[in-house]
Design a binder for this molecule. Structure first.
Ligand SMILES: NC(=O)c1ccc[n+]([C@@H]2O[C@H](COP(=O)([O-])OP(=O)(O)OC[C@H]3O[C@@H](n4cnc5c(N)ncnc54)[C@H](O)[C@@H]3O)[C@@H](O)[C@H]2O)c1
Length: 278
């Protein structure tokens, strides 16, 4: 039996280390039969090509793409055509960023978050989902699939602050992208709301996690406790598999939607041990 993505060509953005969610998704996509193309931030292409050598199969050199650069976006379709004349059947947006004033060890209190910095976080983490859709639409095949990465923003939480606001915006952007790409080419657009995974981006959220793993560990302990089936921050396999499922033909009537891949933690109210529950 062929893999879930047999015969499909998939564009994967957002690889920066082999812990990146995008890396895991690319590896599983290849295992499921996909031809994978990757993009990377222009200033790190050599590093990204080196990381990509650890994928199960060879990929062409990463296409330089700063998701906020209009020239990069305008040239993307032609670069994809050169590498994949057959066109794309799917694309993964696995990109987020917030300035240090908004997240991490130097973050200001939420109320003091500077507007231009919040706008930057919005631009790279939410608006850019529509930009990627616009850039790849000319080379997307009918019935394809777009997937973006979410972190459930329905509640406020420590550390996440303005990135939570950007993710809430991304959820809305996804619904509008789904309208246009659906009408244009019957393309689906969905988000995977992942639980915490230890990546570069996650370290930025929890503050000085590399020096002071305690904060990130607390979040991990919480998530594992809150999940009825348990959660492992060191294993992005469930997230990668779910991305691949959305890129496949097996969720053909799901669009504008969010698939929660977080061990169920965001759907469960959890009381830490010792908390009086009756
Ligand atoms: N790690 C988690 O706990 C977690 C949980 C839920 C959702 N997510 C989301 O998953 C996605 C991937 O994050 P990750 O955790 O794999 O971390 P990561 O640091 O490995 O990936 C983030 C990527 O964003 C890219 N990026 C930043 N600015 C960019 C720009 N201007 N143009 C192009 N690319 C740019 C970086 O190069 C990097 O590859 C993000 O959207 C993140 O918010 C992560």
């Amino acid at each position: 039996m062929g893999g879930l993505l047999e015969g499909k060509t998939i564009l994967v953005t957002g690889i920066i280390t082999d812990a990146s969610i995008a890396f895991r998704a690319a590896a599983i996509a290849q295992e499921q039969g996909a031809k994978v193309l990757i993009t990377g931030i222009p200033e790190r292409l050599r590093l990204i090509d080196r990381i990509a050598k650890r994928l199960p199969q060879e990929v062409p050199p990463a296409i330089g793409l700063d998701i906020t650069n209009e020239e990069d976006l305008a040239g993307l379709a032609d670069k994809i055509r050169e590498l994949a004349p057959e066109g794309l059947d799917g694309a993964l947006h696995s990109i987020a960023f917030a300035p240090r004033t908004l997240m991490g060890p130097d973050a200001l209190p939420f109320l003091d978050g500077p507007g231009p910095d919040a706008a930057k976080a919005f631009e790279i983490s939410a608006w850019s989902y529509a930009s990627l859709a616009r850039a790849v639409l000319p080379v997307m095949n009918e019935g394809g699939s777009l997937v973006g990465m979410d972190f459930d923003p329905r509640t406020s939480m420590p550390y996440y602050n303005w990135m939570g606001v950007a993710k809430a915006a991304l959820e809305s952007v996804n619904r509008y992208v789904a309208r246009e790409v659906g009408e244009a080419k019957k393309i689906r657009s969905n988000l995977v709301a992942a639980g915490p995974i230890k990546t570069l981006a996650a370290k930025a959220i929890a503050g000085t996690a590399t020096d002071d793993a305690a904060k990130l560990n607390q979040l991990n302990t919480y998530w594992d406790g809150a999940s009825p089936i348990g959660w492992n921050v060191d294993d992005a396999t469930a997230v990668g598999k779910s991305i691949v499922a959305l890129l496949s033909d097996w969720l053909p009537a799901t669009t504008g939607s969010i698939v929660y891949v977080d061990g169920g933690a965001s759907h469960n109210t959890w009381f830490p041990e010792g908390f009086a529950t009756n």
